[in-house]
Every structure is written in C-alpha cells, then in structure tokens.
Design a protein around this ligand. Sequence first.
Ligand SMILES: O=C(COP(=O)(O)O)N(O)CCCOP(=O)(O)O
Ligand SMILES: [Zn+2]
Length: 311
Amino acid sequence: PYVNTKDILEKANKEYYAVAAFNINNLEFLQAIVEGGIEKKSPLIIETSEGAMKYAGMGDPLRGASLFVKMVREFADSLDIPIALHLDHGKNFKYIISAIKAGYSSVMIDASDKPLEENLKATKDIVRIAHAAGVSVEAELGKLAGIEDNVASAESVLVNPDEAKYFVEETQVDFLAPAIGTSHGAFKFKGEAKLDFDRLKKVKELTKMPLVLHGASSVVQEMVEIAENYGADFGGSKGVPSDILKETVRLGINKVNTDTDLRMAFIAGLREFLQNNPKEFDPRKYMETAKSYVKKVVSDRLELLGSANKA
Ligand SMILES: O=C(COP(=O)(O)O)N(O)CCCOP(=O)(O)O
Ligand SMILES: [Zn+2]
C-alpha cells in the first residue's frame, strides 16, 4: 500500500532499524527498487529531488510531481509492502507545494544553508501547510560537505545537538537530518571514513525521533570495478563503509538516503551490456543488466539496514 513516510519511520524508530530512501529520476530505477523491496519484503521510501521533478516534468515541476505520484501509487496500490513517496531537499516553496498538491507522502524543507532563525521560520511555514494536508516533514540541521544542491560547501558544518532539540520542539518536524560528516556523491572522504557518532548519539537522546542520514551511499566496490572495466573513471571514489553505516543505525538513524550507489550500479550494468552487445537496440533489453545491478544493490542495502521482512 501507499503510506505516509512517518508511519514507516515511527515503526523503524521503535524497533531500531533503518529504511532506505532511494532516489529516482525515471521508470527503470523505480522498477528495480520495487523488485528489491518485494524480494526482501521490506518497506520502501522512494524519493525525488527538485531536479528529478524538473527532469520528469520536462521543466514543469508540478507535472513531474504528479507523474511520480501516479507511477509510485500504481506500484504501491498493487503490492503488500508499504511504499512512501518523499520530496528530497525541497528548497523552492513552489516545488514543495507542488509535491504536497500532487499527493507526496512527505516533503523535506531544506533550509540548512540559512541561519537558524530563517531555517526555523521556513520550516514552521512548511510544517503548518504540510500537516494540514496530512503530509509529514523532514528538515536538516548542519550542512553536508561536498556539493549539496549545487551549493558547494567546502567543509561540513556538523549538527549542534542542543540546537536540534530546540529546533524540533519549535518546528514540530516529523523527522530530522543531522549533519554528522557525510556528503553527497561518490567522493565523500579524502582519507579514512569518519562520522561524528557522539553528536548522533546526543541528537537521538535529546529528540528521540526518527533521524535521517544524507549522503549515505557506500560506493559499492564491485560496481566500481565493473564500471571501470568498461571505460568508467571513478578514481578516488569512496563512500560510507557498511560497518560505519550499521553503527549509525544502531545509534538511531532510521532513514538512509541512497542515490549514488544506484547510479553507479546502473551505469556499470549499462556499460557492460552495451560493450558486449553491439547489435542490441531494444530498450527493454539493453537496460536489463543495469536494472538487475540496481536491484542487487537495493536488496543488499535493505538487508544491511535491517528493514528486510519488516513490511
Ligand atoms: O543524500 C542523498 C544521496 O546521497 P548519496 O549521494 O550518498 O547517495 N540525497 O539526498 C540525494 C540527493 C540527489 O540530489 P540530485 O537529484 O539533485 O542529484
Ligand atoms: Zn541529501
């Protein structure tokens, strides 16, 4: 069934596991993610960024939002596993309202690049509207390093746990993304991977609410090797190692944003197939390997996060 993201995350919060939030931009990634969820009998959070809404709507974000709701509902309404649709990194008021209007389960208001007072005000405004429409809300405190929504932030600004407690009480957001040292994309760490577990622990103790990890892809070595075998150049790529990811779940992370791992699995499969099948031009065939690799990465992640058999 099509459910509210909050329902999925409240259960995960109580039982101390995490649910992956997989980004999509097209039909093929959605198909592969749903196949993984069915195989693992796992709840799924499908999420789309504002860029995805523009891409699918051919420049019209409301059309994009409505298309994604229809696609995801079509799968969700016909399956036993709970599936929610979430707007990731909502920064533009018009896009956030478009997602609510189209029927998204939840939206993120990302005002983390603003001073606290501005973040508070923007978040309160969205919470008031979203809650009136039965839509749950995610906000972010602190800043991820790396490129976030085209804003290149040289270094990450880690969450302040006391500020987090004040923020959630003031805004009544349903789930919070504390920045603890991750960043988006495939090049997360120069040296050794390190996250600020102490801050995470404190935020959980102070808020007791479902928490979100952005920039949580692991950069699966197996996929990097296949892609590089067929011409990709992913030198220097490094993600969040599985043991570190598991520790964040043990410390209270309940939603794990995953986009890069799916992108690398897809391109690895696509490169491999195209190189080995010079005569093929049927789109139902030449994306098969790509989709199967995405499904594999999805299934492994659902297992790792502990949401398998939790549907
Ligand atoms: O946290 C993540 C993904 O992290 P990852 O890169 O580690 O998968 N996200 O919120 C995904 C952000 C995708 O935005 P865009 O469509 O503009 O590229
Ligand atoms: Zn993110």
